[in-house]
Design a protein around this ligand. Structure first.
Ligand code: ZN
Length: 108
């Protein structure tokens, strides 16, 4: 297991035969792999489901029609990230990076 390097601010995306996974740090900075699936969502211009390896809960991250990022996790719902002086929850940060990767791959 490796630790998230906040100074480097790099998101690791892995592509395997099973799909795409993204490494997301927990509160201690330990990285966990989440399966990332780009999905269609009626409220969003772009949406992705994130499911942590070995867990059952799936988080939905999407870019809404106003350009705001939304996640259905408790941290985002109760805006706990503001107490940590962060701009969004960890799922949105990872989702934004997957979104940017998708755009770069298709040349947008
Ligand atoms: Zn979240």
């Amino acid at each position: 297991m490796y630790k998230y390097n906040k100074e480097a601010d790099v998101t690791t995306v892995t592509i395997t035969p099973e799909g795409i996974s993204v490494a997301i740090p927990d509160a201690k900075g330990e990285l966990h792999d989440y399966a990332a699936s780009v999905v269609k969502h009626s409220l969003g211009r772009w949406a992705c489901e994130l499911k942590r390896e070995g867990k059952t809960k799936t988080y939905l991250v999407y870019l809404d029609g106003r350009g705001d990022w939304v996640c259905n996790c408790p941290d985002a719902q109760f805006r706990g990230f503001l107490k940590r002086e962060e701009t969004c929850c960890k799922h949105v940060k990872a989702g934004q990076d997957v979104y940017e990767l998708c755009k770069k791959l298709v040349g947008v």
